[in-house]
Design a protein around this ligand. Structure first.
Ligand code: GLN
Length: 480
């Protein structure tokens, strides 16, 4: 087999396909071979080898016969997080409770990609039900960071990040409830985007916290992120929370639009939990942008330390309700020795969920229980509103908010496993976008002295993805 360059953008794949330098089949063989060579990273839960080969052959035949009929994602090889449904394929949220369960239908996002001729190569590992920041909470075992296999890839879309980082596919679908696309992207040196809440249909996405969840994507390039968003976004009658707004041609609007007004949250960059090298590099980026004529202002944000507690009250509350359907009766795993209904519930759920998922179901049930509801759930809703309003006020004056993605680089495996609160605090910079429902992009910024990549994040107003992606493309081409 000929050795293949590492593609980092679909457009280059398509140039080579058109020139006859490669075929879809060769591309798929390359990625399958990479998957085998990187097995110890544990990114894949299931590889659709035969199917991907067949689809590649069909596309190669189509190219020979009717080249004009090929879709816009011709040559794109993609993987999907194990919480996104693909009809006829397993989906388990990395949990025993969904053992052996097969999707009856595909997520709308997946349907739309398939209609543009994407090749789906496999289903990738994640934290169970999207709950986690390190991808160590999976029934399939932890995922390892390809830059240093002793370190975590981030989570919960850790398999998606490593699949792209390790060149086993061009791009991957993840989900972002509180940072699960952006933080692994930063830990693995990739671009990751969470769109505005309601931009991409959640139909066919296993729900974690429904008022926060969004499908997002991990890629090497802003261009591929823009194209994927353009194809997946838009109204869907199967998800009433999708916006009716028309979808701009994001991928054709990436040209730089001149000086931007950018706010940075001083308390975020001055925060004691932030690694000094990441803080210094973020400040040097701010200085460089200012020098080039962009307006950069420090703004106040008094809620930073309230974000995490409020987020974990609200998301666990929603999760306790969403996960009630996994009862040992309807889907997947049922305990073989349970004698009656109650025991079936108890034993199936006790064995079917990980400790972290059970912790969250318990916490969520507690904050919703009568007597505590107002003290926790109502209070957290009020904090969410304050965060939304302050964020909207900043974005009424500025085009973007600039922030680190994570307070540290990827940590060593096991380092935070015994301390759930330490793990939760690592989400301090990513959760704001989900609390406010706004779009955010993580870009690779630099490499730390410890050898690990870290990122920078841009947030924009609701539905300002076109502006956000154009600026992200400029930033990536010019500064990072
Ligand atoms: N780490 C966060 C959590 O565990 C975010 C997860 C996510 O975005 N799915 O809730």
């Amino acid at each position: 087999m000929k050795t293949m360059v590492k593609y980092t953008q679909l457009q280059r794949v398509q140039v080579d396909l058109r020139a006859g330098r490669i075929t879809c089949r060769e591309l798929v063989e390359h990625y399958l071979q990479r998957i085998e060579a990187t097995r110890e990273l544990n990114a894949y839960v299931e590889v659709y080898a035969a199917e991907a080969r067949a689809r590649a052959d069909a596309l190669d035949a189509q190219w020979a016969e009717r080249p004009d009929s090929l879709g816009r994602l011709w040559g794109m090889v993609i993987s999907h997080k194990d919480v996104i449904c693909y009809a006829g394929h397993g989906v388990s949220a990395a949990a025993k409770i969904l053992e052996g369960f097969e999707s009856l239908y595909s997520a709308t996002a997946v349907e739309r990609l398939l209609a543009e001729d994407v090749i789906i190569i496999g289903r990738v590992n994640c934290d169970q039900f999207g709950m986690g920041s390190s991808n160590e909470n999976s029934v399939y075992g932890p995922v390892r960071n390809a830059a240093d296999p002793e370190r975590v890839p981030g989570g919960s879309s850790g398999g998606s990040a490593v699949a792209v980082q390790a060149d086993t596919c061009l791009v991957s679908l993840g989900t972002d409830t509180g940072g699960s696309v952006r933080q692994p992207a930063a830990f693995c040196g990739l671009v990751g985007m969470k769109p505005t809440y309601g931009r991409i249909s959640r139909y066919g996405l296993l729900a974690y916290a429904s008022s926060f969840d969004q499908i997002g994507m991990l890629a090497h390039s802003v261009e591929d992120v823009a194209l994927l968003l353009e194809i997946m976004a838009g109204p869907d009658e199967m998800d009433a929370t999708t916006s009716q707004r028309s979808v701009p041609a994001y991928s054709e609007q990436l040209a730089h639009r001149g000086p931007a007004r950018i706010a940075y949250l001083e308390p975020a960059i001055a925060h004691p939990s932030l690694d000094p090298q990441i803080a210094a590099r973020t400040r040097s980026l701010i200085a460089a942008l200012r020098e080039d004529g962009h307006q950069l202002d420090a703004v106040d944000f008094p809620y930073l330390d309230h974000i995490i507690p409020a987020y974990y009250v609200l998301t666990t509350a929603e999760a306790s309700s969403n996960l009630a359907r996994f009862d040992g009766i309807r889907y997947g795993y049922r305990h073989p020795e349970a004698q009656d209904l109650l025991e079936t519930y108890q034993k199936s759920r006790t064995e079917g969920f990980s400790d972290e998922v059970k912790r969250r179901i318990l916490l969520g049930t507690f904050v919703l229980s009568s007597g505590y509801y107002d003290a926790y759930y109502t209070k957290a809703q009020q904090v969410r509103r304050l965060i939304q309003e302050r964020t909207a006020a900043i974005l009424a004056e500025y085009d973007f908010i600039l922030m680190p993605v994570s307070p540290s680089t990827a940590w060593k495996m096991g380092e935070k496993s015994d301390d759930p609160v330490a793990m939760y605090l690592a989400d301090i910079y990513t959760v704001q976008a989900n609390m406010a429902g706004i779009p955010a992009v993580a870009l690779p910024l630099d490499v730390h002295d410890n050898g690990m990549p870290f990122g920078v994040q841009l947030l924009a107003q609701r539905f300002a993805e076109a502006e956000l992606l154009a600026f992200a493309a400029h930033l990536k081409g010019t500064y990072v």
